[in-house]
Design a protein around this ligand. Structure first.
Ligand code: ADP
Length: 483
C-alpha cells in the first residue's frame, strides 16, 4: 500500500501551467516523508528534457495502437528524494511550448492520442509489466489526462487500487467518436455508463466512473460539483458516486512560499516583523513603474486571465474602482481579449494600474510579498493557491465565496474581528457591484493600520502545510484498497 504511482501531466518545478503542478511537486514529497514510496509519472516534454541532466533509461516498451518505442526514464524531482519516471515518446511530447496548447493557444490536435498513450503506459507500469520489482498499491491519477488509467485498469486481473483527483472539472478531455475510434481502446469504454458523453468520449469520465475513490481539492468544491451550477454536466454521475467523493484542501510548499526565507523578494519578513513588508511594496511599485506611495492600498492579482478567474468582472469594475485611491498590479496570461483590455487600462491609467502579460514565477513571489491585498474574484475555484500564498505573506485576500476560497478564508466582520479569526474579505455574488462593495470594505479597514495588520497576522499564522493533507490522502489510499 505504501507504493504510490502518482500519474500527472505536470509537476513543479519541471513543468507547470497551474495549480496541478504545485500539487504534484509537493504532495509526493509530503507522502514520502510519511513513509510512502512514490513514483511521479510524467510525460517527458521538451521543457523537461531541457531542464534535466541526470536521467537514466530503465525500460523500453510499446503500447497497443501506437507504433514506436517508449522509453521509461528515471530521475528525481529537483531538490528532493522523490523519484520521477518519465514517459519518453518524442512524437507525442518532444515539442516546444505548453503541454496542452499550440502556439495559437489551441489544444494540440493529437491530445487524445498523447494522453491515451501516457495512460496506457501508466497502466502497464501499474500492473508490474514494465518494472517487475516495483508495483504500486495505489495509482493516484490527476485530471482528465490520466482519466483512462482507472478505466483501463478496471479489467486487469492483478490491479492496484485507484484514486482520481479532480483539480478542475471544467477541463474534461472530450473528443469526437472518430478520434475515439483511432485510440484502440477496449469496447467497454464506449457506453453512457462508462466514458461516452453525448456521443463523444470523455477522458475524465474514465476516472469518475472507475476509480475506487474520487477526491477534489477542497471540501466546498466537492459539494459544488454535485450541482448543475458547477457540475459541467457531470453532476449526476458525481452525485451517484457521492459516497466515494470527498474534498481535501491543497497544502502549499511552506519552504518555497516562506516570506521569512524567500530569496526572490526584496526584504524578508515574518509575523513579528510584518512592518518590514513595506519595503517589498516600495520595490514592487518601482518595478511596475507606479508612484511610490506608502499609504495607497496596492492590490495584486496573479493568475490565468480566463473567465473562471473573474477577470471580466474586474475589468467591468475598474472604471469605478479607479475612482478610489488604489493601485493595481496584474501578472497573468490567458485569453487575448482580456490581455488586450488590461494593457489598455494600464496605458490609460499608468499611475494606478500596471500589468505584465506573461508567466513569471519570481514576479509572482514579489507581488505576494509587496501587495497589501490580493484579489481573486473567481467564478469557481476548486482550491486556489494564490489566496493561500497571500495569507502566508500577510497580503489580505479578497475573494469570491466559492470552493476552496470559501474553505480557506474567514470574512472580516465585527464578530470575526473581535475573536481574531478574520483573515480576508469575501463577496458572494460574481458581479462588479459586489466586488466593488467588498473592496471598499477592505479599503476602509486598510486606513486603520493596526486593525489591518492584525488581520494580516492572523492570516500568516494559518497552517496550510501539506502534512495534514497528505495524511488524509494516505487514509483514502488505504480505504481505496478495501473497495
Ligand atoms: P489554477 O490552477 O486554476 O491556474 P491556482 O491558484 O490553483 O490556479 O494555481 C495557479 C498557480 O500558478 C499558482 O502557483 C500561481 O502563482 C501560478 N501562476 C498562474 N499564473 C501565473 C503567472 N502568470 N506567472 C506566475 N505564476 C503564475
Amino acid at each position: 500500500m505504501r507504493n504510490v504511482l502518482f500519474a500527472t501531466s505536470e509537476a513543479h518545478p519541471l513543468i507547470k501551467t497551474g495549480g496541478l503542478a504545485d500539487v504534484s511537486g509537493s504532495l509526493p514529497q509530503a507522502l514520502n516523508k510519511l513513509n510512502c514510496d512514490v513514483r511521479v509519472l510524467l510525460p517527458y516534454y521538451q521543457e523537461i528534457k531541457n531542464k534535466l541532466e541526470n536521467v537514466k533509461q530503465i525500460a523500453q516498451f510499446s503500447v497497443s495502437g501506437h507504433a514506436g518505442t517508449i522509453s521509461l526514464l528515471e530521475t528525481r524531482l529537483p531538490d528532493s528524494e522523490v523519484k520521477v519516471w518519465l514517459i519518453d515518446y518524442p512524437k507525442a511530447f518532444d515539442r516546444p511550448g505548453n503541454p496542452y496548447l499550440d502556439e495559437q493557444g489551441l489544444p494540440w490536435p493529437d491530445n487524445a492520442e498523447r494522453y491515451a498513450l501516457f495512460s496506457k503506459a501508466a497502466t502497464l507500469i501499474a500492473t508490474g509489466q514494465i518494472i517487475a520489482d516495483w508495483k504500486p498499491g495505489i495509482v493516484h491519477c490527476n485530471d482528465w489526462q490520466t482519466g483512462l488509467i482507472p478505466a483501463l485498469l478496471a479489467q486487469q486481473p492483478q490491479k492496484p487500487a485507484t484514486l482520481f483527483t479532480i483539480h478542475n472539472l471544467a477541463y474534461q478531455g472530450i473528443f469526437s467518436r472518430e478520434t475515439y475510434l483511432t485510440l484502440d481502446l477496449p469496447d467497454y469504454l464506449w457506453s453512457p455508463d462508462t466514458m461516452e458523453f453525448h456521443n463523444q468520449i470523455s477522458f475524465i469520465k474514465g476516472g469518475l466512473v472507475f476509480a475506487n475513490i474520487i477526491t477534489t481539492v477542497s471540501p466546498g468544491y466537492a459539494r459544488e460539483i454535485q450541482t448543475a451550477e458547477f457540475g459541467f454536466g457531470l453532476e449526476g454521475l458525481l452525485k451517484h458516486r457521492a459516497d466515494k467523493l470527498s474534498g481535501i484542501l491543497n497544502g502549499i510548499d511552506m519552504d518555497i512560499w516562506d516570506p521569512a526565507n524567500d530569496p526572490l523578494i526584496e526584504q524578508n519578513f515574518s509575523v513579528k516583523t510584518l512592518k518590514e513588508k513595506q519595503k517589498n511594496k516600495t520595490s514592487l511599485q518601482k518595478e511596475f513603474s507606479l508612484p511610490v506611495e506608502n499609504d495607497t492600498p496596492l492590490i495584486g492579482m496573479v493568475g490565468r486571465l480566463v473567465q473562471q478567474k473573474g477577470i471580466d468582472i474586474v475589468l467591468e469594475a475598474l472604471p469605478d474602482l479607479l475612482q478610489e485611491s488604489v493601485q493595481l498590479v496584474i501578472l497573468g496570461t490567458g485569453e487575448k481579449k482580456y490581455e488586450k483590455a488590461i494593457k489598455q487600462f494600464a496605458t490609460q491609467h499608468p499611475k494606478q494600474i500596471s500589468a505584465l502579460i506573461g508567466y513569471d514565477e519570481t514576479l509572482a513571489h514579489r507581488i505576494e510579498a509587496g501587495a497589501d491585498m490580493f484579489l481573486m474574484p473567481s467564478r469557481f475555484e476548486p482550491c486556489g493557491l494564490n489566496q493561500l500564498y497571500s495569507l502566508r505573506y500577510g497580503t489580505v485576500p479578497i475573494v469570491q465565496g466559492v470552493g476552496g476560497l470559501l474553505d480557506s478564508i474567514v470574512d472580516t466582520n465585527t464578530q470575526t474581528q473581535k475573536n481574531k479569526t478574520a483573515t480576508g474579505y469575501i463577496f458572494t455574488e460574481a458581479t462588479p457591484d459586489a466586488l466593488l462593495k467588498t473592496l471598499k470594505r477592505a479599503i476602509e479597514t486598510y486606513k486603520k493600520p493596526q486593525t489591518w495588520r492584525s488581520i494580516a497576522r492572523t492570516g500568516m499564522q494559518q497552517n496550510f502545510s501539506w502534512e495534514e493533507s497528505a495524511k488524509k490522502y494516505i487514509q483514502l489510499y488505504e480505504k481505496a484498497a478495501t473497495l
